[in-house]
Ligand binder design. Structure first.
Ligand SMILES: [Zn+2]
Length: 432
């Protein structure tokens, strides 16, 4: 099933034409209503009439999270307060939150893209969807909620937490779809086993998981625990919330709803636009947003785009799972390296734990990378020969993943320091 065949399966040339029209109209709109954008365009000598098609997109300036903070709270809105029907905000780890506003039409568009997303996962009006994302300033709960109602499914707006109640309603109401963060899905899966709930009492068939990075290893684990097919959904509040892109049944990347959110991949250092297939920073221009359209918003997420037609029939580009954030990127001997790439290799191997530490040194102007890897308890033996074989195997797998050589050092389980918050994965001893 495809929710909106007209836009999801449109010929790419036609789509590009529509994107150009929407872009051009949006630039005129912000020129007339947002002093911040008018000034920025004027500084570059750009007038609205200069932006006529998608070919003109690279001429436009970028927008960053800092720009949103500098215009806190409503400085980037294009409509007066009377036109705003919803406000969401994401808590910044430092300083002020990032605020986003929606008009009635924005909420309708958001509901539409989430309806498209849910349909990709096979959700219909016959389904009962348990929305265990947080409801509130965070866009997860309400985003999924409106989309599910648009599809016509029965929504259980339970929000996050309260695991006992989650399991009780899951059994009693016969929830068929679960929407939450992947880590909470895994937690619920383990709780079902602990509570000794009969498998046949759980009617779940699909899960829609996002709002935090997760690996293929995690997908397999959730699918096993809950007996479902697990789908990846992507979004960020600056662009709309969940429903910027979503995996179809083929699960070969997430289709971006490009008629609303125009994607680009850029070199994060130079800002140059990169061709399909190349790794870089994901940039979005949400051209149809009324309350707060943004020009070339830098997400800081790193991924690749693919434009070949998908087996599902959709022509929309697909984005790979993000490999990391530009903030996490290391440049070693001129090559971009992400800790998540190392993690992906380790998750493929049964002999190791996903606990690791990258140490980068520079000696005589040459960078060296050492990776400490914890070996699983069951495999850790005194057999030097076996461990040496394992070390070589990991070293070569990481080498082909990263494209540079490294030194792998195996350590006993529990050696690498655990953190309650964000795990420390990198020590960079180079002085720049
Ligand atoms: Zn597809």
């Amino acid at each position: 099933m495809i929710w909106n065949r007209q836009y999801e399966c449109m010929e790419r040339e036609e789509l590009r034409k529509i994107q150009g029209e929407r872009l051009s109209a949006m630039v005129s709109r912000v020129w007339n209503t947002v002093p911040f954008y008018r000034q920025r365009l004027q500084e570059l000598g750009i007038e609205p009439g200069d932006i006529r098609s998608m070919d003109d997109l690279p001429k436009l300036p970028f927008t960053t999270k800092q720009d949103l903070r500098d215009n806190y709270p409503f400085g980037l809105f294009t409509v007066p307060q009377e036109g705003i029907v919803r406000l969401h905000a994401s808590s910044g780890t430092t300083g002020k939150p990032t605020v986003v506003g929606y008009t009635k039409n924005d909420i309708a568009m958001w509901s539409e893209v989430v309806a498209r997303s849910l349909t990709m996962a096979g959700v219909t009006q016959s389904d009962i969807i348990q929305v265990a994302y947080g409801y509130g300033l965070f866009t997860g709960g309400l985003g999924l909620h409106y989309g599910a109602e648009t599809v016509g499914a029965s929504v259980i707006p339970i929000s996050g937490g309260n695991t006992k109640k989650q399991l009780q309603l899951m059994e009693d109401f016969g929830s068929t779809v679960l929407a939450c963060t992947p880590s909470y899905a895994a937690f619920l899966g383990e709780a079902i086993i602990e509570e000794k709930i009969q498998k046949e009492n759980i009617k779940l068939k699909a899960g829609i998981f996002g709002a935090e990075p997760w690996t293929e290893g995690m997908r397999t684990e959730i699918e096993r625990l809950l007996g479902i097919k697990a789908y990846d959904i992507y979004g960020l509040s600056e662009i709309i919330g969940p429903g910027v892109s979503m995996e179809c049944r083929c699960q070969t990347g997430m289709h971006i709803f490009e008629d609303h959110f125009i994607p680009e991949i850029i070199n994060p250092d130079t800002g140059e636009v990169l061709p399909y297939g190349e790794l870089g920073e994901l940039v979005f221009t949400p051209a149809t947003k009324e309350a707060m359209p943004l020009i070339r918003y830098r997400t800081r997420d790193l991924t690749r785009l693919h434009a070949e037609r998908c087996q599902c029939g959709r022509t929309l580009v697909r984005m790979e799972k993000c490999v990391g954030r530009t903030d996490d990127m290391l440049i070693i001997r001129g090559v971009n390296v992400f800790p998540s790439q190392v993690e992906a290799v380790l998750l493929e191997m049964s002999e190791t734990r996903p606990h690791y530490l990258l140490t980068v040194e520079r000696r005589h102007n040459l960078d060296s990378l050492e990776i400490q890897v914890e070996v699983d308890e069951s495999f850790f033996s005194d057999e030097v020969k076996e461990l040496e074989g394992l070390r070589n195997k990991i070293q070569s797998a990481i080498g082909s993943m990263l494209g540079i050589s490294s030194t792998v050092r195996l350590v006993e389980p529990g050696t690498i320091e655990r953190s309650m918050g964000k795990a420390k994965r990198v020590i960079d001893n180079r002085t720049r």
